[in-house]
Ligand binder design. Structure first.
Ligand code: GZL
Length: 327
């Protein structure tokens, strides 16, 4: 009887061994040469090169693609949605593995994104969101919370001015998510402070040159009233500071200036005492973009909105922080 149990155990072990051995050949490791790994191909439609922030984002995504051996097809739209749609159409025709889109404006994407969906190409939105009737047209949005950035800027300004200021606002690109939402968040907080008012507000398209131009017009018409400037990005704020300086209006002291992005130029202006504060909006999205594409291709679920962490920097800490800034 005992010998029968021993025999059964030996047979069991033998089966396991055989099963394990069977498993080995099916991995194909000893097959006819290692399988050829196809290079990941990603199409990246970028807004343009309108600001230092945008350049930092482009460098982060291109640099990360290089590092990971990803074939990145890069298209700069020079700020035109039609060129972005053209680029996406071309990426779809080339059957890229994934599309990264930084949408210049919020609306007008459904048709081309439907084509991407029909071609089974995942779309990762970076740094700006879109308005769509069909949320399935994109996999995820990797960006900051612009409404929160606007709230942070307004709360800081209210504290700085004891809730009393005539504010002149430089808006970003008309129709762009950051311009719409940074305004929305700022105004939401201003509603709590009856003596803080936006006197004039105009788009300066996120560029330094336009920021200077619009500020010059504000100075021409309202010089005596200007007490604070809220710019939706640092580039426009730096242009406004130049205009205020040239008019002898002492930006950073007699006129309080606050903006968003946290680029190197903003820290230099804070150290020089010309800019009072900036709300950081991290553009170094490269690693997160490609980690997300890897997850999506592995069939893993990803959040619909992957939010960057933002923080506010002021003159008092600019000098000790500037050395550690990566963009
Ligand atoms: C924000 C980004 C904005 C920056 C600007 O995610 O879309 O566009 O704040 C840039 O500097 O032009």
């Amino acid at each position: 009887m005992r010998w029968m149990i021993v025999a059964a155990m030996v047979a069991l072990v033998g089966c396991k061994q055989q099963a394990a051995e069977n498993k080995a050949p099916t991995t194909g490791a000893e097959g006819a040469g290692a399988p050829v790994v196809k290079k990941l191909t990603v199409g990246f439609s970028q807004v343009g090169a309108e600001s230092a922030w945008r350049t930092a984002e482009t460098n982060s995504i291109r640099g990360e693609a290089e590092k990971r051996g990803v074939e990145l097809k890069f298209a700069d739209a020079q700020g035109k949605q039609a060129q972005q749609i053209q680029a996406l159409t071309s990426f779809i025709a080339q059957k890229v593995d994934a599309i990264v889109l930084a949408p210049v404006v919020e609306t007008g994407w459904d048709v081309v994104l439907t084509r991407a969906k029909e071609a089974n190409i995942p779309v990762i939105l970076v740094d700006r969101g879109i308005k769509t009737s069909d949320e399935s047209l994109y996999t995820t949005l990797i960006a900051s919370d612009f409404v929160e950035e606007g709230r942070m800027a307004a709360e800081w300004l209210a504290k700085k001015t004891n809730g009393k200021a005539n504010v002149y606002e430089l808006q970003g690109t008309t129709g762009a998510a950051p311009a719409i939402d940074r305004k929305k968040g700022f105004e939401e907080v201003l509603a709590k402070y009856p003596d803080m008012k936006i006197i004039k507000s105009q788009s300066a398209d996120f560029t330094r040159a336009k920021g200077k131009e619009v500020m010059e017009a504000f100075i021409k018409s309202d010089r005596e009233q200007i007490q604070a400037v809220y710019a939706h990005n640092d580039d426009m704020a730096l242009g406004a500071i130049q205009a205020l300086d040239e008019a002898g209006m002492n930006p950073g002291k007699d006129v309080t200036v606050i903006s968003v992005d946290g680029v190197k130029g903003a820290f230099e202006a804070m150290v020089a005492g010309k800019l009072n504060a900036t709300v950081e909006c991290n553009p170094l999205l490269g690693p997160l973009v490609f980690d997300t594409i890897t997850k999506v291709r592995a069939g893993e679920k990803v959040e619909k909105f992957i939010k960057s962490h933002d923080q506010l920097f002021e003159q008092t800490t600019a000098a000790q922080v500037i050395g550690s800034r990566e963009y």
